[in-house]
Design a protein. Structure first.
Ligand code: CTP
Length: 403
């Protein structure tokens, strides 16, 4: 979680059984390079010991407006932080926050904080659904605070339902997503990234072609995320309705596989990374008629002779130097992992992105996708169904690990 490195986080812990998860949360934050200062309400200290948290955070834990004869400067703390996270946030604390009540250090810091505030509710099902809790949450959201949604499952009471504080990994992810958006780390600065995307159309005659339903959306998402990370994109795009005009993305529009090959070869010679997201037509008509083909009287069948298109990815795989990273995609209906790793070896990919065909919402024309990454050493990494933008982040994270 590079985006959390160097970030100053105040964690406010309130008195819910989920407070025990705060120890794991602090550990993950510190591991990500964040500096963490912990505030606890008095009732939180009955659920988890301040000693555990001061040891993990490497900072004294603040539990009161005054600690001994020292005054805890809540204004200073509120200004110090890049984010204030209240996790778990009880119904009681949410009510106080929503109404400006300031009877402990946590609420004092909340009221004086200028940084973004996150709250992760942790409470029992009925407290969560109570209209007053929901009204308080709505108020807090209207004030610009951000909620990290509770999860559903078994609660401390034994009841099953919504109210369980999000798992520490998900708390970290919410912060990581936030910081990435506000100040994406320029991890691909100075890198040129070739992306092939969309379908190719192979002409039969001036008005007909062989093609496929690829939308180019995955390629667009990848291009946007590369730019967010400071890289330069050369997007070789087959016929697509997408409107892509953004600084940092040069779009080279092509129609056929042969044109895509010519553009990709030229660009790859100067590129650091290539991502082959295009759905290239495997065959093209041997001859494209110059004029529109007319039906002949009595003709019931017609045959179009096809010839194989060059494999663009494999061509780049042969050109690839040890400093370049080459990533491919695969869509398989049978033995997906075996076929994907075969393809990876054949084409010289560093890893291959296996698209799921089974999930609703994955694949062509959707805004979501579910992928599995298969690496050269046969390691695999599976992901959940996500937006194509989030999938693009996962792919770029894997590329950055190789670089
Ligand atoms: N690819 C390519 N040029 C081609 C065919 C495929 O660059 N002529 C790239 C795709 O962009 C993708 C990867 O190769 O990254 C795998 O594509 P796919 O069509 O699944 O593989 P094929 O080699 O065509 O295998 P098959 O159709 O037999 O599954």
């Amino acid at each position: 979680m590079k985006s959390l490195a160097g970030k100053k986080i105040i964690l406010g812990i309130t008195g819910s059984i989920a407070a025990y998860k705060a120890a794991f949360f602090v550990r993950l934050l510190v591991k990500s390079g964040a500096e963490v200062k912990v505030l606890m309400t008095e009732s939180a200290t009955t659920f988890i010991s301040p000693l555990t948290l001061s040891t993990l955070s490497k900072h004294p834990v603040i539990t009161g407006i005054a600690d001994g004869d020292e005054w805890s400067n809540h204004v200073e703390l509120g200004l110090w932080a890049d984010a204030l996270v209240i996790a778990p946030a009880t119904a009681n604390t949410l009510a106080k926050m929503a109404n400006g009540i300031c009877d402990n250090i946590l609420n004092a810091v909340y009221l004086s904080a200028r940084c973004p505030v996150f709250f992760a509710p942790g409470m029992d099902l009925d407290m969560w659904t109570h209209p007053s809790t929901q009204a308080n949450i709505q108020k807090l959201l209207d004030y610009g605070n951000r909620m990290i949604e509770p999860e559903s499952g078994e609660l401390a009471s034994g009841l099953i339902g919504k109210g369980r504080m999000a798992e520490p990994e998900n708390l970290v992810k919410a912060l990581d997503d936030f910081f990435r958006k506000v100040s994406p780390s320029q991890t691909l600065a100075g890198k040129t990234v070739l992306i092939t995307a969309g379908p190719t159309y192979e002409p039969i005659d001036p008005v007909r072609f062989i093609g496929n339903h690829s939308s180019g959306k995955m390629g667009k998402a990848l291009a946007e995320k590369v730019v967010e990370r400071g890289g330069q994109v050369k997007l070789v795009l087959g016929p697509s309705k997408l409107d892509i005009s953004q600084p940092g993305i040069e779009v080279i529009r092509i129609t056929t596989a042969l044109e895509m090959l010519a553009a990709a070869r030229e660009i790859f010679a100067q590129a650091d990374i290539a991502i082959m997201a295009a759905a290239v037509a495997d065959f093209r008509p041997k001859f494209a008629a110059k004029e529109k083909i007319k039906k002949k009287t009595g003709e019931e069948e017609m045959t179009i002779e096809l010839v194989k298109n060059p494999d663009i990815a494999a061509t780049l795989g042969k050109m690839k130097t040890k400093d370049q990273v080459l990533v491919g995609f695969a869509l398989e209906t049978e033995k997906p992992l075996v076929n994907a790793s075969r393809k990876l070896a054949k084409k010289g990919f560093d890893f291959i992105v296996l698209n799921s065909l089974k999930d609703e919402g994955a694949g062509f024309n959707h805004d979501t996708n579910r992928i599995t990454l298969v690496f050269k050493d046969n390691k695999i990494k599976e992901f959940q169904l996500k937006s194509k933008l989030d999938v693009a982040d996962d792919i770029l994270d894997a590329i950055e690990q190789i670089i």
